[in-house]
Design a protein around this ligand. Sequence first.
Ligand code: NAD
Length: 361
Amino acid sequence: MKKYHIAVLPGDGIGPEIMDEAKKVLGVVAKRADVQFEMEEGLIGGSAYDRYGTPLPEAVMKMAAASDAVLLGAVGGPKWEPLDYSLRPERGLLGLRSGLGLYANLRPVVVFEDLIDASPLKPEVIRGIDLLIVRELLGDAYFGKPRGVRVENGQRIGINTMVYTEAEIRRIVKTAFELARGRRKKLLSVDKANVLEVTELWRDVATETGRDYPDVELQHMYVDNCAMQLIRNPGQFDVIVTTNMFGDILSDEASMLTGSLGMLPSASRGEKTAMYEPSHGSAPDIAGKGIANPLATILSAAMMLRHSFGLPEEASVVENAVRMVLKAGFRTVDIRQEGATIVGTKAMGDLVAEKVGALMA
Ligand code: NAD
């Protein structure tokens, strides 16, 4: 029997609630398939700060690095906002990403037929959307130096540095080309090469890398145009690769095409251990109410089965179970629709787990 070691980091806010449901679904998969999941839990973010005085305890970093995959809930909340920047929950997550060398963030955006009405866009615009945003995760203004706020000539000045090396661009663009190869073979590289030299380099390196992938059609687009096209005609996109900051913004925009952040999984990959987490945050406004949508976390677990454990059939079973529960008319409040049956976090997890069990029986 194959055994996989999963570092489970529920985090803050709704994190622990949605994680319970993903664990429940994985439990059913393990019972029915010939696999064993060893899940080890750790604290990260605000909850880790409260207990250990740091948002990323060393033991958690070690556990994550030694695992076969990391499954994370979400971090952050107003309680920790007054803390020094270095102690904030989000720094824990950034530290984990860089500690694991996770340079590629993959966000699939798929519209579920039964949720088409939950999108603010017209059905004819979003029907059939199936795109993948590949965001660079370890460079750009998020890590570049110099950074900070200082006083100069009697006034405060804030600085962040947008920086990319050729090697950093090449490895993320390569990842995107490989992913496009397994899909519809269309790659869009997004930059702002008309005003930012760093992305002029991005464009050049993307074009050079493309010579090794003659079977994949490469296009370039400025980020402002891409933001507009995502709303105007999202169906035109297959794989989009872009910088850390542009990817941060475009992927949240793309997520709303589906109607709710609560539906979107993500994967972050590097050389070794990958991490899987929902695209949304810790939703402090609804934490503890038992109404959070656990589907993004459950779908992230499905991505983990496919990409880290080589279990594509089991991953498809989980995704199909989600589709069937939606088809049967069950909704959490964030994706509520007229005539649907509203259920809480736990009931939604139970429904998916039950369907997974039935599909694997
Ligand atoms: P958020 O994603 O937490 O919430 C935005 C809105 O979407 C809220 O109204 C929330 O209730 C709703 N929402 C999010 N996930 C939901 C779910 N699963 N089910 C139902 N509704 C859901 O973003 P925010 O409010 O900007 O940030 C809250 C905190 O989360 C902040 O501290 C922020 O720094 C942190 N954050 C963490 C991550 C992460 O851990 N990866 C990502 C983004 C934000």
